[in-house]
Ligand binder design. Structure first.
Ligand code: ZN
Length: 350
């Protein structure tokens, strides 16, 4: 397999990432002007509209026989994957005459849906305008947005999908205090979590992505639970025969805006594409099981040995929660747990 040269990539990234997209809340009005500037080899069209009538875009790249579908922000408040996709677009623009991008576009056809849930993005909510969680709507297909995604899946018939999400700061890498900065999942297709050929192929792509990340953020990569969710998108797409890679972007120390994590997400996606381009058989899956599981032990803030009303010493744990006020994202600390929290870590402690 051709390897990405991480030093070159790092230098390129520093000066060339999509710096028009910054911060935790990315809305349609942020990405639309950028989409309008995309020229060949990008082919842009409007896929349809959301429940509140916002545009949902569909961007195609390449003409090759391997079909890959990538979407982000099916949960409106999870924008890290979106920023990473726009970084990928800039990378393609920079290197469109170079061999890797030429190989990519000759070997693959890629379809990107960079913001599937623009209404949730505006409201900074997981759900869409009608309170539907699109990632639990793969069977009922109640939401307009779920039907648009399903229509693309059926028409395009992808071999691989990249399903891009964000996870909460609470997730650590099991056995470490490090946050799970990136977590991966090859979703199950049934309760017993059967290891089908398709799942093995999905795992093999994740193995390649994890190898890259371990070089730059060793022990900050986790594996999301593969418990079967009967109504989840990834589980259903995998079951329908489309290998679906779930990427959960998480916390990195000090990076509440997730503008450092987006780079790791960018590396992960690029490594995955690189692996799919330069391999014909995706069989090297076993090291997937060596990726540590996600833990759930990291709070944003813990006050240690706090004296409560009864003069008893307790630890109190807090998490940030977010809401949109006057079109601005504001965060507040919310108490989650109190008691003896020795087993828990915090990004800030007093
Ligand atoms: Zn999500």
């Amino acid at each position: 397999m051709n390897r990405l040269d991480l030093d070159t990539l790092e230098k390129w990234y520093l000066n060339n990432f999509e710096d028009k997209l910054l911060g935790r809340r990315i809305v349609l009005e942020d990405i639309e002007p950028i989409i309008k500037t995309l020229k060949a080899p990008f082919v842009v069209r409007e896929l349809g509209t959301s429940e509140a009538n916002k545009n949902i875009y569909h961007i195609t790249l390449g003409t090759g026989p391997k079909r890959i579908l990538l979407w982000s922000q099916m949960h409106g408040n999870e924008s890290t994957g979106t920023k990473a996709l726009f970084d990928i677009f800039k990378y393609v623009e920079t290197y469109k005459e170079d061999s890797f991008i030429k190989d990519l576009l000759n070997t693959c056809t890629l379809i990107f849906i960079p913001m599937l849930n623009p209404d949730g993005a505006t409201n900074f909510t997981r759900v869409n305008q009608n309170d539907v969680d699109l990632n639990r709507d793969a069977v009922d297909l109640k939401a307009k947005e779920s039907n648009l995604l399903r229509a693309v899946l059926n028409d395009f018939n992808p071999h691989f999908c990249f399903n891009l999400h964000d996870q909460r700061t609470i997730f650590n890498v099991e056995g470490f205090k490090n946050p799970a900065t990136i977590s991966f999942l090859a979703p199950s297709i049934d309760e017993p979590r059967t290891l089908t050929e398709g799942r093995k192929e999905t795992m093999a792509a994740i193995v390649a992505m994890n190898e890259t990340l371990q070089e730059i953020i060793p022990n900050y990569v986790g594996r999301y639970t593969d418990e079967f969710y009967p109504t989840a998108t990834g589980d259903n797409f995998q079951k329908l025969g489309h290998n679906t890679i779930l990427i959960e972007a998480g916390h990195y120390p000090g990076d509440y805006d997730r503008d450092i994590v987006r780079k790791f997400n960018f590396y992960a996606i690029l490594s995955g594409l690189n692996y799919l381009v330069f391999n014909e058989n995706y069989t090297h899956y076993e090291p997937y099981f060596d990726i540590p599981n996600n833990g759930k032990q990291n709070y944003d803030l813990i006050l240690r040995n706090f004296l409560d009303d009864q003069n008893k010493q307790v630890d109190i744990a807090f998490q940030y929660e977010y809401e949109v006020v006057n079109n601005q994202l504001v965060s507040k600390l919310v108490e989650y747990q109190r008691g003896d929290l020795k087993e828990f870590n915090a990004y800030n402690e007093f």
